[in-house]
Structures are given as C-alpha cells and as structure tokens.
Ligand binder design. Structure first.
Ligand code: FAD
Length: 360
C-alpha cells in the first residue's frame, strides 16, 4: 500500500520503489496522464483500460478528509464506511482530501504491442481481444475503417522500443498539428488527415517494453476538447457502429482522430461511471488550437445522444451537458451521495458553478 499526501500521481509512482523494503517493487496503475494530483485523479474517476481492472478510485483503501466544519475524518471500508463510499470519487465537494492510501501491486514490466486492424474486425471479435490482452484498448480513426489495436501485458522481456524516429522526436505530431490547423479552414481535409496519420504512425506493428507506469502514461501532444462516456460493455458494438453511420450520413460533421476505446471493470462506488457494470469508455476529441474555435457542436450532440441511448454515463472531468435530473437517473446511489455531501458541507463551502449544475 502507498499513502499520498497530495503528491502528483506520476511522482508517487516514481518514488514508490525507493520508499523502503515494504514499498519496494510497487506500482500504481494510472491513466494516460501522470502530471496530476492523487486526490484530483480519484476525485473525477480517472480510468485506464483493462476489463479485469477498476477505475483508479477502486485502488483507494483509506483516506483522510478535512470537512467544512474543520473536523478530520478517517475513512475506510471499516471506519466511516458511508463517507468512504462517497469520497473515493468525491468531485471535490466533500472536503479537502488530506491523505490517501492506495492498494498497489508489485512493480512489473509491460510489453506493449500494437497492430493495425479494422473497426468491424475489432467489434466482431471484442471478447477475444479482451481475453487476449490484460490491458486492451483500441484507437479508431473516424471517417475510415482504420483501427490501431494496442495490447499491454506483463512480460519478463528486457526494456526495448520499436518506436519510429517520427514518433521518438514527435515530428509526426508537429506535422499532424499543422495539418489539423490547416483543416480548421478546410474541414474536408480532416478525413485525409486521419487516414494520413494512420498510415504514417499506426499502420505497422510496434513493440515496446518498459516499467508499467511508463507504458501506461503517454502524452496528449496537442490541446483538445474531449468527451468520454462509459457505456455498458455489451453496447460497445452497437454504439460505435451508430457513431460511424452518423459520420457517414453527414459529411459536414467532422471528427478528429482518434476515438479511443477503453474498458473497465464494474465497481461499487456511488458516482463511478462503472457503477455495477463492466464498461466501455468511448473517448472522442477535437483539436483545440489557441485562439480559434473549431466547430464541434454537431459531432458532440450526435455522440452524446448515442451514448445516452446506450445507457452511458459521462466522465466527470470531461465535457457533457448533463444536469442533476440526468444524474439521478444514471446513478442509483446519487441521492445517497447528495445526503452525505449535504451533511458534510451544509453551507456549500466546496461548491462551484460546475457542481451547482450537478446538484441543483
Ligand atoms: C492531458 C490529459 C490526459 C488525460 N487522460 C486521462 C485518462 O487517460 N483517463 C482519464 O480517466 N482521465 C484523463 N484525464 C482527465 C484527468 O484524469 C482528470 O482531469 C483529473 O481530475 C486531473 O487531475 P488533477 O490533479 O489535475 O485534478 P484537478 O482538476 O485539480 O481536480 C479534480 C477535482 O478534484 C478536486 N481536488 C483536487 N485535489 C483535492 C483535494 N486535495 N481535496 C479535495 N478535492 C480535491 C478538485 O477540486 C476537482 O474537483 C486527462 C486529462 C488531461 C489534461
């Protein structure tokens, strides 16, 4: 186990092996970004991928909360259990998280293999992909059938990387950002940009071995608008094919690459998008250049309506248009969370404009 006092989550991972014999060879599983705070990532329900693994808050076994009244509450599965149940995914509205204790696993190496495929193949053989790799995810390049499948699995192989110079020196990404910027003037370019980058960076086989937390984390190279809803896993195929059909029917609606598809095990955390069901996260993006608004409303609304129809729940840290009425329907434990919040913070000291939309 590892206790964090507000440390950036990535730094915590780097420090874990040096924390003494009890912590040697330990590792925290993170999402795509590590320069975030431990209390921040659990507060919004950060997730990575792997159908046998829950979202990051499921790794929390205890925490200390400073409430609005100035009291410090220790919570765990055996102490203040109701507060613990709420505070593992706290939205920043229950108090100040002073410390967190994570259940860690022994340090391990991951082998990442990537290879090209098609959306139809991946969706037809989803169960088999999920069985074949512990941390399976895939990237779909909208306006095409192209998919990059990424497997990550435990290995005893020595560290290595087959990344190309285009990837190593980020040259591909500078070029991509330039082309995406150009496409903000000529939206019809987007389908060709998506295809071009699939062939340039993702059409070959790749293999990388490194410490797990280094392989799990990757850089988002350009600024972007993001939506990321979790839908019941059995709806994956239907929802993605519908999204593809919408884009085909409406050539004026453009979608930047990638659509990132990840998986997480169901859990028992009241405000977790994976509450009581194994889930598929469908993450869509639009490039967000400085000082320029890229139209995305049609894509955003079409995606949201497909996710809602599939019984989805939005990621708490990403864009959505939901309000309290939606959350009451999505989350069976929503009222219980509200009761805990009102008891811990009766005057709304920890509320802000976003949270008012969620709770009022
Ligand atoms: C480049 C990038 C990549 C990302 N990739 C992923 C991904 O792969 N998977 C995924 O699920 N998400 C991803 N996200 C979303 C990200 O995980 C969340 O935005 C996360 O909350 C960021 O952590 P933070 O420390 O910046 O949180 P903040 O935004 O600072 O905080 C999040 C919430 O926690 C509250 N909070 C923070 N500290 C405390 C504290 N000590 N006590 C009480 N409340 C507190 C804040 O008030 C806020 O409500 C990504 C975000 C970025 C920018």
């Amino acid at each position: 186990m590892a206790r964090s006092m507000g440390a950036p989550a990535g730094r915590l991972n780097r420090r874990l092996p040096g924390l003494g014999e009890g912590f040697r060879k330990t590792c925290l599983r993170l999402g795509a970004v590590s320069e975030v705070a431990a209390a921040g990532v659990i507060g919004t329900g950060t997730h990575n991928t792997g159908i046998s693994h829950g979202i990051l808050p499921t790794q929390v076994v205890a925490l200390m909360l400073l409430t609005a009244s100035g009291e410090i509450r220790e919570c765990s599965e055996s102490v203040n259990t109701e507060i613990f149940q709420a505070a593992r995914l706290h939205l920043g509205c229950l108090g100040v998280v002073l410390s967190l204790t994570f259940q860690c696993v022994p340090e391990f190496y991951l082998l990442e293999t990537s290879f090209p495929s098609t959306l139809q193949e991946v969706l037809d053989n989803l169960d088999s992909h999920l069985r074949r790799s512990e941390y399976f995810r895939f990237l779909w390049f909208p306006h095409s059938e192209n998919v990059s499948v990424i497997y990550q699995d435990h290995t005893n192989k020595p560290p290595s990387s087959s990344a190309s110079w285009l990837w190593d020196y980020a040259v591909g990404y500078y070029l991509l950002e330039f082309l995406l910027w150009l496409s903000t003037f000529l939206p019809s370019l987007v389908r060709w940009v998506n295809r071009c980058f699939f062939w340039l960076l993702f059409s070959g086989q790749g293999e990388t071995v490194d410490l797990s937390y280094k392989v799990f984390s990757y850089e988002c190279r350009f600024r972007q608008h993001v939506q990321d809803w979790a839908i019941p896993i059995e709806k994956t195929k239907e929802a993605l094919l519908e999204l593809k059909a919408v884009l085909e029917k409406n050539p004026k609606v453009v979608a930047h690459y990638p659509v990132e598809v990840r998986f997480a095990r169901g859990d028992d955390i009241w405000l977790s998008p994976c509450f009581q069901r194994d889930s598929c996260y469908v993450n869509i993006i639009m490039y967000r250049p400085y000082g320029k608004d890229v139209p995305r409303l049609d894509y955003w609304l079409a995606y949201e309506s497909i996710m809602k129809k599939a019984g989805g729940r939005p990621h708490w840290a990403k864009a959505h248009t939901c309000t309290r009425k939606d959350f009451e329907q999505m989350y069976p434990g929503f009222q219980k969370f509200c009761a805990i919040r009102e008891a811990l913070d009766p005057t709304g000291m920890f509320l802000n404009a976003y949270l008012e939309k969620v709770f009022y």
